[in-house]
Design a protein around this ligand. Structure first.
Ligand code: ZN
Length: 198
């Protein structure tokens, strides 16, 4: 590393120089995938996910407007959203074989990352499901629960989150302490009211 770098004195030029030298530094793969993970491998603008789109990282405050490469200033964007559907879309520029290989590798890694996140979400909801099921029916783990119960509880967990679902189960158990179908139906009623915002 050079001991000192003296910026050219002229203001406008210096700004441009700084921009080119420091700001245009491409994001590392680690940072990009950190942003993708945080955003669930989903375009923040249109909700598109792999394999339909290839994801990029977009600056919230553009580099030319003083935005930096910190993770708070970065957001997951699909290519069409990122380039603003401009005429010079990147896909219209012929790629070299090497670029193509890199793009395919990147797409594959994005897809794997996306599936991993989906799997983690499923696993989490599955374990939360049994947590709630046990509150509704104390014998849930021993005896299992009907398929439609599992489907409903999963739905409420996705809509409301664990905290509210557990709260609804608590209310239902307070009303029908022995568990079973009555408790379950009451639990569903509480959840539906909560979803409707009552
Ligand atoms: Zn998009």
């Amino acid at each position: 590393m050079p001991k000192s770098v003296t910026p050219p004195p002229a203001d406008g030029f210096y700004q441009r120089w700084k921009l080119e030298v420091f700001m245009r530094k491409p994001l590392s793969k680690k940072v990009r995938f950190e942003v993708f993970k945080r955003d669930g491998f989903t375009c923040a603008y249109c909700g598109a996910t792999p394999p339909k789109v290839i994801l990029q990282v977009d600056h919230i405050v553009p580099v030319s407007g003083g935005g930096n490469n910190s993770i708070d200033n970065l957001v997951t964007s699909c290519q069409p959203c990122n380039i603003g559907k401009g005429k010079n879309s990147l896909t219209s520029i012929p790629e070299s074989l090497q670029e193509k290989a890199l793009r395919i590798k990147e797409q594959e890694e994005q897809l794997q990352g996306f599936y991993k996140i989906l799997k983690e979400r499923d696993d989490r909801i599955e374990s939360e499901l049994w947590e709630v099921a046990q509150m509704i029916e104390p014998m849930a783990l021993e005896k299992g629960i009907p398929r439609d119960w599992a489907k409903s509880i999963r739905y409420f967990l996705e809509q409301l989150g664990l905290y509210d679902a557990k709260y609804a189960a608590e209310i239902a158990r307070a009303k029908f302490p022995y568990g079973g179908k009555k408790t379950f139906l009451y639990f569903c009623g509480v959840c539906h009211r909560k979803i409707r915002g009552e």
